[in-house]
Design a protein around this ligand. Structure first.
Ligand SMILES: Cc1cc2nc3c(=O)[nH]c(=O)nc-3n(C[C@H](O)[C@H](O)[C@H](O)COP(=O)(O)O)c2cc1C
Length: 361
C-alpha cells in the first residue's frame, strides 16, 4: 500500500485528507467524528473576536454547486477555549486552528488559542482585497504565536501576487481556496433569494469550484516555496490526486463532508491510496506537483489526434455521438470516427462512461 503519511512544516499527518474550516469542524463533537471518520488532520472552524451572527437560511445545494452564507463560528472564542479546543487536542491529530480576520482581532484571539494550536490558518475572507490588511493580520499572528501560520486565500484574480507577499511577510504556508463569489440563487416558487443574507448573496463551494482551485494552486505553487494545502471541490480520491498533482501538499474537504458526513475523509484517503497503488506509486509525495513537470514535456498541439476506442468496453450508449458537434462519430455497427470531420476536441472522451475512448494529451 502506498505511503500516505504527509509532513508539512514539521507536522505529521497520517494521511493528507483534512477537515476544512466549516460546519464539519464546527465544534469538538464534529472534529471527533471527523477523526473517527479517518481525517488525517483537523482544521477547526474559523473563530474571531466575537461570535458570528449568521443570517438564515445559510446553506443550500443547487444543481450547479453548494451555496452558503455562513460567516465564522457562532461560538465565542472564550467558549472554544473552555469547551472545544481541549477536547479537540485529545484526538491525537495535528490541530490547525482557524482564525479571523483583522490584525486587531487576531491580536485578541491568537494568544487565547496558543495552548491548543499546532498551527493556525488565517482566513483573509473579510479583510478586503488590498494587501496591507492581510499582511498586518499575518504579522499579528506571527507576533503572538510560535507555531506555523498558514494564510487561507480567497480566489482573488491576483492570488499569485498576494501569495508571494504573504511568503515574504513570513507566512509558513498557504491554504487555498476559500468559497467563490458572491453568487446568487433564487427560489422560483416564491422569487426570494435562496440565501438569507441581506443582499441575498451566497458563496459557491463544492465540485463546481474545483477547476478554479486547481488553476490557482498550480499557479501559486509555481511562484512560492512555502507549502500549499489545497481545498475546493475535493469529493473523492481522484479529486484529491488532481489537487496534489497541481502542487498541493495535502487537501481539505468541506462541502463533501457536509453532504455525506464525517466518514468521507477516510473514504477519500482510501480511494487516493487505491489510485496510487493502481498507478504504481509508492508514496503520495510522488504525485505532488507532477503536472508542472508534465507540462514541460509537451508542446501545445494544433493538429487533430483522433480519439481511439476500446470496442470491447464500448456499450454503444451514444453519449459521445449526441455531443459530437462535428458529427464525426457513428455507432451503428461498431464505434467509428470520421477523420475528415473529427476536430480532435476531446469531448467524447470525457463523455464516455465506460472509459472506452482515449485521446493523447
Ligand atoms: C457552510 C460553509 C461554511 C464555511 N465556513 C468557513 C469558515 O468559517 N472559515 C473559512 O476559512 N472557510 C469557510 N468555508 C470555506 C471552506 O473551508 C472551503 O474553503 C470551501 O468550502 C471550499 O472547499 P469545498 O469545496 O471542499 O467545500 C465554509 C464553507 C462552507 C460551505
Amino acid at each position: 500500500m502506498a505511503n500516505l503519511k504527509t509532513i508539512i512544516c514539521g507536522l505529521e499527518f497520517p494521511n493528507p485528507i483534512m477537515t476544512a474550516a466549516g460546519p464539519g469542524a464546527k465544534d469538538a463533537e464534529l472534529c471527533k467524528q471527523a477523526a473517527e471518520g479517518g481525517a488525517g488532520g483537523i482544521v477547526t472552524k474559523t473563530i474571531s473576536a466575537k461570535a458570528a451572527d449568521v443570517p438564515r437560511p445559510c446553506m443550500t445545494l443547487t444543481n450547479s454547486g453548494f451555496l452558503n452564507t455562513e460567516l465564522w463560528s457562532e461560538l465565542t472564542p472564550e467558549h472554544w477555549v473552555e469547551h472545544e479546543y481541549p477536547e479537540i487536542k485529545k484526538l491525537g491529530l495535528p490541530v490547525i486552528v482557524g482564525l479571523g480576520y483583522t490584525a486587531e482581532q487576531i491580536a485578541k484571539v491568537a494568544p487565547m488559542v496558543k495552548p491548543f494550536a499546532d498551527a493556525v490558518e488565517m482566513s483573509v475572507h473579510y479583510v478586503g482585497t488590498s494587501m496591507e490588511p492581510m499582511l498586518d493580520a499575518l504579522r499579528a499572528a506571527k507576533k503572538a504565536l510560535d507555531v506555523p501560520v498558514f494564510m487561507k486565500m480567497s480566489p482573488h484574480t491576483d492570488i499569485t501576487e498576494i501569495a508571494k507577499a504573504c511568503e515574504n511577510a513570513g507566512a509558513d504556508g498557504l491554504v487555498m481556496i476559500n468559497s467563490v463569489g458572491p453568487c446568487m440563487g433564487i427560489d422560483i416558487e416564491t422569487g426570494f433569494p435562496l440565501m438569507g443574507s441581506e443582499s441575498g448573496y451566497g458563496w459557491l463551494t463544492g465540485r463546481a469550484i474545483r477547476p478554479i482551485a486547481i488553476r490557482t494552486i498550480f499557479d501559486v505553487c509555481g511562484a512560492v516555496k512555502i507549502p500549499v494545502i489545497g481545498v475546493g471541490g475535493v469529493a473523492d480520491g481522484k479529486d484529491a490526486a488532481e489537487m496534489l498533482m497541481a502542487g498541493a501538499a495535502a487537501v481539505q474537504t468541506c462541502t463533501e463532508a457536509i453532504l455525506k458526513g464525517p466518514g468521507v475523509y477516510g473514504k477519500i484517503a482510501k480511494q487516493l491510496s487505491d489510485f496510487l497503488d493502481k498507478q504504481g506509486y509508492k508514496d503520495v509525495s510522488e504525485i505532488v506537483g507532477l503536472t508542472r513537470k508534465k507540462l514541460h514535456e509537451r508542446k501545445p498541439r494544433k493538429h487533430v489526434e483522433l480519439p481511439t476506442c476500446d470496442q470491447e468496453r464500448c456499450t454503444k450508449c451514444g453519449l459521445c455521438k449526441v455531443s459530437c458537434v462535428y458529427e464525426a462519430i457513428d455507432i451503428t455497427e461498431a464505434w467509428t470516427v470520421d477523420k475528415e470531420k473529427c476536430f480532435g476536441c476531446g469531448l467524447c472522451v470525457s463523455r464516455c462512461k465506460p472509459a472506452a475512448l482515449h485521446i493523447a494529451y
